[in-house]
Design a protein around this ligand. Structure first.
Ligand SMILES: [Ca+2]
Length: 156
């Protein structure tokens, strides 16, 4: 899709993704904000800024670990109440399989509840892959902090 649209004689860049398309997209948390686990309530992968979520509850998803009371399926169930947590340490990762290669413009994450905001990802990369084995870092984020139940959008 073209990234340019005409408007009253001006050319404006549309908010569509222009980067490399990948089938697999990973969020690799290398440090949280000090909590016992990494916790997120939901994740969305968007091809356009503010666009629709390319994942659904049936999207294949894999993670480094999941807590018994906060399973991985909660991450893409489109409920901001349900949550995924790792079961160990302050790091963790998950990736989704979009089925076909897609170029993304935006990752949207909903962070932990009140009292658990230190479980939110602090340093992480968003990586793409064609085989879920060899990963290319698309964007890195550092020193990210969270207020209770916050939803943040990250441009890719
Ligand atoms: Ca959820």
């Amino acid at each position: 899709m073209s990234g340019l649209i005409g408007h009253r004689g001006l050319l404006l860049r549309a908010a569509a993704a222009t980067g490399t398309a990948y089938r697999y997209w990973r969020v690799n948390v290398t440090l949280n904000n000090g909590g016992s686990f990494v916790t997120l309530h939901d994740a969305q992968f968007r091809a356009e800024l503010g666009g629709s979520d390319l994942t659904s509850p049936s999207t294949p998803i894999v993670a480094s670990s999941q807590h018994a009371t906060a399973p991985l399926s909660n991450l893409i169930d489109n409920s901001l109440v349900t949550s995924w947590s790792t079961n160990t340490a302050s790091t963790g990762w998950f990736y989704v399989d979009l089925g076909t290669a897609q170029s993304l413009a935006q990752l949207v994450l909903t962070g932990p509840d009140s009292g658990f905001t230190n479980r939110g990802p602090r340093n992480f990369t968003v990586d793409g892959s064609d085989n879920a084995s060899s990963w290319t870092t698309v964007q890195s984020f550092t020193a990210v902090t969270w207020v209770a139940s916050e939803t943040k959008a990250f441009a890719l």
